[in-house]
Ligand binder design. Structure first.
Ligand code: GNR
Ligand code: NI
Length: 167
């Protein structure tokens, strides 16, 4: 297993739209394992393949306290949404940035698991927030796209400054 490099905003690769996963096999399972290891090490509650520069429709999530409830979603689709919830969101591609985002409160997700078997999951609370945030990543959309252009510009400047200092 290995920890993968996470792209930081405003890296243009975060805007690439991911393509469906068509081949299920050892390479996919090994990528999923690496994504879990990367997410747990960060630590984060979710990670989309886009964030590790892999433009396939695949995400991992674990919103449990004890990091003992791993969920992998391959080719996920939200097939129903209900209610509204506003949550303070962070993103591993924006270290130190938190913003309130309004999303659906409950979602029904259809996806495939690591072996290609289809399943349906109803999510609410942080899991619902997380899956919506991750599916946005797969579409090249970021949580700062929901806030004002002024705030987004300030965040962009702050991120670029941090990246200059780090290199
Ligand atoms: O670790 C994460 N925490 C989080 C908190 C509130 C809403 C969404 C998230 S997802 C984020 C990890 C991440 O960047 N996934 O793409
Ligand atoms: Ni994110």
């Amino acid at each position: 297993m290995s920890i993968l490099n996470i792209l930081n905003f405003p890296d243009p690769r975060l805007r690439i739209k991911a393509k469906p996963v068509e081949i299920f096999g050892d390479a996919l399972r090994s990528l999923i394992d690496d994504m879990f290891e990367t997410m747990y090490a960060a630590p984060g509650v979710g990670l989309a393949a886009t964030q590790v520069d892999i433009h396939k429709r695949l995400l991992v999530a674990d919103v449990s306290e004890d990091q003992d409830a791993p969920h992998a979603f391959v080719n996920p689709r939200i097939v129903a949404r209900d209610g509204v919830s506003v949550h303070d969101e962070g993103c591993l591609s924006f270290p130190g940035i938190y913003e309130q985002v309004e999303r659906a409160g409950q979602v029904t997700i259809e996806a495939q698991d690591r072996n290609g078997n289809s399943f349906t999951l109803e999510a609410e609370g942080l899991m619902a927030v997380c899956v919506q945030h991750e599916i946005d990543h797969l579409n090249g959309k970021l949580f700062v796209d929901y806030i004002s252009e002024l705030k987004r510009g300030r965040i962009r400047k702050k991120m670029l400054k941090l990246q200059r200092q780090a290199s």
